[in-house]
Design a protein around this ligand. Structure first.
Ligand SMILES: [Zn+2]
Ligand SMILES: [Zn+2]
Ligand SMILES: [Zn+2]
Length: 168
């Protein structure tokens, strides 16, 4: 497709070798968990792999459905516990407005993230802009607000969807 733009690395679009993204994410998760001495059980690893199935946010029930095919009877609490573990380790983020989950490309250090969310194709891209973090922390402190976590969601169109001609 000639309309696809490759110059913006924040968004992936449809035409990249996504298997590499999945493999990289699982390798990072193995490293992070080994360093921290926590267990990436086969189920947790499988849930992470499913979250990384695309660059779109994934809902828990879609994970359950996908797990049902491979593991047999995956029960909801099992999946939620796996997601909680993955979130606690920073391997997965929850997109509150979508009630869905995305894999974190930088799980090795704590950060508050900003997400660019495409309303058309659903792709989510994570930004970690230190300047935004600082501005939010400063403004919160100025208001005497004790900030515990900050997740900023930005909704719009990804570069690919923004340049696609409208469907007839
Ligand atoms: Zn990818
Ligand atoms: Zn992240
Ligand atoms: Zn899009």
């Amino acid at each position: 497709m000639s309309t696809r733009r490759e110059d913006n690395r924040a968004f992936h679009g449809g035409g990249h070798e996504h298997q590499t993204c999945i493999e990289d994410a699982l390798a990072r998760a193995d490293d992070v968990c080994r360093e921290r001495g926590v267990r990436l059980t086969p189920l947790r690893r499988r849930v992470l792999e499913l979250v990384w199935g695309s660059h779109r946010a994934v809902k828990a029930y879609d994970l359950l459905a996908a797990l049902g095919d491979s593991v047999g009877a995956a029960k909801p609490p099992t999946v939620y516990r796996a997601l909680e573990f993955l979130m606690a380790q920073g391997l997965v983020h929850r997109i509150d407005s979508l009630n869905a989950f995305v894999g974190c490309p930088q799980p090795d250090h704590g950060h508050s993230a900003q997400f660019l969310i495409c309303g058309d194709c659903g792709e989510v891209s994570e930004m970690n802009a230190a300047s935004i973090d600082r501005a939010v922390a400063d403004q919160a402190a100025e208001s005497g607000f004790a900030l515990s976590r900050s997740i900023i969601e930005l909704h719009g169109e990804c570069p690919r969807c923004a340049t696609l001609p409208p469907t007839p």
